[in-house]
Design a binder for this molecule. Structure first.
Ligand SMILES: [Zn+2]
Length: 284
């Protein structure tokens, strides 16, 4: 992770690691992508090791190929309330926790919760965590179920290679696993990937869990397991740099997590279906 300054590739200006533009307004890329790019050699080494190990254990290469194809076809999905989805479809933007607190859309979480979020965010995205939207990499449009939402919304990767990066685990789990709460802790390298390397990251993470007995139908569940609590969620996390929030121009699917339970909900569900139909967004 580059914690020092970098050079603008156009004019050579020195740029702080969290910046997106140099002082002459040349675009220098988004810092989350730059951080992931900076770890690509370490990821490649872990990937190679995972493949060799799988081959020694006689994991069929056809199974690895299927997992790779599944990862390539996967997209970011966000778990949300139906009211949030409604607002997004009416032209609003999806805002992360920091952005919603900042705009008074929600009160801060409890002191403990707030501090945890800030710690994890600034360790992984120092000085720019307020711009990062979190999503889960999903093969089938279903996401996590631990954010109290009724809807999953899926984004298509149009230009995602520019502002998206991925992390092998849910960032809270990752933070805990690697003891990143210590003063001076350093984020280990090779666990993040740019969008184009998502299959490499997925293979690196999951190949050790495959055996010659793993069935192809189990792969989706391995890629994303929606747990009962956030700690039980198993996923590859997608980080989208979205200053001011993420708009819905690139949404291609809205999936309800459950059928409506009341007459009021029935009406809300129907409104979502109508708005999606107008915009050619698939609803499930
Ligand atoms: Zn420049």
């Amino acid at each position: 992770m580059p914690t020092h300054s970098i050079k603008c590739p156009v004019c050579g200006d020195t740029i702080d690691y969290w910046r997106v533009y140099c002082r002459r307004e040349h675009f220098v890329g988004y810092p989350n992508r730059r951080a992931a790019e900076g770890e690509s050699d370490e990821l490649a080494a872990r990937h190679e090791k995972a493949r060799q190990d799988a081959s020694k254990r006689r994991v069929p290469s056809s199974l690895l190929a299927k997992l790779e194809a599944l990862a390539e076809a996967s997209q970011p999905v966000i778990d949300m309330r139906v009211s949030v989805c409604d607002n997004l479809l009416r032209g609003g933007k999806y805002r992360n926790y920091d952005q919603r607190v900042e705009s008074d859309e929600r009160p801060p979480a409890s002191a403990q919760d707030h501090a945890d979020r800030e710690m994890v965010g600034s360790r992984l995205f120092p000085r720019y965590s307020q711009h990062i939207v979190y999503a889960a990499l999903s093969a089938d449009g279903r996401g996590t179920k631990t954010y109290g939402g009724e809807v999953w919304m899926r984004w298509t990767p149009f230009f995602f290679d520019r502002w998206v990066s991925l992390l092998e685990e849910n960032s809270f789990t990752f933070y805990e696993q690697h003891s990143l709460g210590r003063i001076g802790a350093v984020v280990p390298t090779g666990y993040r990937a740019v969008w184009e390397d998502r299959a490499k990251l997925v293979i690196t993470k999951l190949a050790p869990r495959l055996t010659s007995a793993t069935a192809a139908r189990d792969l989706e569940e391995l890629l994303l397991h929606a747990g009962e609590t956030r700690k039980d969620d198993k996923l590859v996390e997608v980080h989208i740099y979205a200053e001011g929030g993420l708009d819905t121009r690139d949404v291609d699917l809205v999936a309800f997590q459950r059928p409506p339970g009341t007459a009021d909900e029935e009406q809300k569900w129907a409104q979502i279906r109508d708005m999606c139909a107008q915009r050619s967004i698939v609803v499930r």
